[in-house]
Design a protein around this ligand. Structure first.
Ligand SMILES: Nc1nc2c(ncn2[C@@H]2O[C@H](COP(=O)(O)OP(=O)(O)OP(=O)(O)O)[C@@H](O)[C@H]2O)c(=O)[nH]1
Ligand SMILES: [Mg+2]
Length: 446
């Protein structure tokens, strides 16, 4: 059992239970809205009613139930959808713990789905990828992987190699009678076919590789917001031109910063303004700013505390709370009178050097968080490419042995080694060690 929704207040919260007794635990606490919402242990249902929690009373809830094999974990499963208040959700968890439920370990639902054969290992990791997706590209990759992007071609090669192994081994039983089930040419061409599929799967997953380039932190805002001065102050340089004239920075200027080991490229951009779509230097500067923002790992949205907000700034500030890769920076905090545009913003004065270490510390923290999820997708990538590469090498060796009269026994042995490597990719043969490595990376409730 675990809370399956995001932490913190929300319109809806979910408590998920999986196990043979899950329906029996919930049933005594369920009061259906009407007879039509009674629980039925024979079919999947979505029903309305209330859950009785002694410390809270009757809590309105919707139950989604899977009494059989059809759930994610392939075990009877119940989801209690209710008010997304942490107090309500914690009270439900406490009540269910007293009724004998146990809190799920990280990734336990997905581990059960894997052990029940609903997912293969690459798909389990794809669940993690979907949870961690930082942008649309990551999300698409993970969804493709979840839909079986890797496992289908791999199953195809496994079937091909298992057939080949069976034919070779059948031949080995009749070796004294000199009966062969395969000609050398056929053997070679079937190994080549498998090699070809493994190489193309390897090529396909190369685009999953994670960029190990130095992350870009883009300084962004309207003209005159103090962006260039912030770049100079944060990088202790005078690389960017600072001037009272709006629109000074046209092209971007960058400086590599190393803040206690966190290395990033700090880039100053042209101030955002509405310019017509033509090839003027201003519009070209706007295009290159947009391109750079798209590539940036973090954006520092600069707003000037010494003057009122523009419409554009107001709109961006409204969006900023839901943007995990933005940091709002209020600049020029030495100028009186000061305004507070965003109570959660980091406040700086480039002239006085105020707030700069705090801002650099926050940048380093955010980049470390982002690279945590990169490292996770990198480990899926490394695990799959290593196993596929080894499988390919065994096939190449098997073909070489076939071509050089190495004996069918040795060829079969190399093919079996290749099969074992392929099984590692999808987790058909798994070790506790591997499972621990994959599932410990999940959060609780997934
Ligand atoms: N008092 C004070 N003035 C600042 C501070 N930061 C920038 N300024 C002044 O604000 C004006 C604009 O600063 P820039 O850093 O050039 O602004 P920008 O956002 O790069 O402007 P564009 O390149 O035109 O988009 C200059 O006159 C700076 O001296 C600050 O921390 N305190
Ligand atoms: Mg500038």
């Amino acid at each position: 059992m675990a809370i399956g929704s995001a932490r913190g207040p929300a319109a809806r919260g979910v408590v998920r239970l999986s196990g043979p007794l899950s329906l029996l635990v919930v049933a005594p606490r369920w009061r259906p809205l009407s007879a039509a919402h009674e629980l039925n242990s024979n079919r999947s249902q979505v029903v309305q009613g209330t859950i009785t929690i002694p410390s809270l009373g009757q809590v309105p809830a919707q139950l989604c139930t899977w009494p059989n094999q059809r759930s994610y974990t392939r075990q009877p499963t119940v989801e209690i959808h209710t008010i997304g208040s942490p107090i309500v959700l914690d009270a439900i968890i406490e009540e269910l713990c007293q009724a004998g439920c146990r809190l799920a370990r990280p990734g336990e639902f997905t581990l059960r789905a894997f052990l029940a054969g609903r997912l293969d290992l690459t798909q389990a990791e794809a669940v993690l990828g979907v949870i961690d997706a930082k942008d649309a590209v990551h999300l698409q990759q993970s969804l493709r992987q979840l839909a079986g992007g890797l496992s289908h071609p791999l199953q195809e090669i496994r079937a091909l190699l298992l057939d080949l192994c069976a034919d070779l081994e059948a031949g080995l039983d009749f070796v004294d009678e000199d009966i062969s089930f395969l000609t050398i040419d056929e053997l070679k061409s079937r190994i080549e076919q498998a090699e070809h599929v493994v190489s193309s799967v390897l090529d396909n997953i190369k685009d999953r590789s994670v960029h190990t380039e130095i992350p870009i932190v883009a300084i962004w805002g309207v003209p005159n917001a103090g962006k260039s001065n912030l770049l100079n102050a944060l990088s202790r340089s005078s690389i960017s031109i600072v001037s009272p004239q709006a629109g000074t920075t046209r092209d971007y200027v960058s400086h590599r910063v190393d803040w206690h080991g966190s290395v990033f490229e700090l880039v100053d951009t042209a101030g955002i303004e509405d310019v017509p779509h033509s090839a003027t230097p201003e519009s070209l500067a706007q295009n290159s700013t947009q391109e750079l923002l798209d590539r940036a790992a973090l954006r520092l949205l600069c707003v000037d505390t010494s003057r009122a907000l523009t419409v554009w700034e107001r709109n961006q500030l409204a969006l900023s709370a839901s943007m995990p890769d933005w940091i709002v920076v209020e600049t020029k905090c030495d100028i009186e009178p000061q305004r507070v545009h965003d109570p959660h913003a980091m406040r700086t004065s480039s002239h006085l050097g105020a707030g700069l270490s705090q801002l650099l510390g926050t940048i380093a923290e955010r980049l470390a968080e982002a690279s945590g999820s990169d490292a996770r997708s990198a480990s899926t990538y490394t695990r799959c490419t290593n196993a596929l590469q080894s499988a390919l090498e065994s096939l190449q060796l098997a073909r070489w042995l076939a071509e050089h009269d190495g004996g069918e026994e040795l060829v079969a042995s190399e093919i079996r080694t290749s099969l074992a490597h392929l099984s590692d990719v999808v987790g058909a043969v798994y070790t506790n060690d591997l499972l621990d490595r994959v599932f410990s990376r999940f959060c609780i409730g997934k």
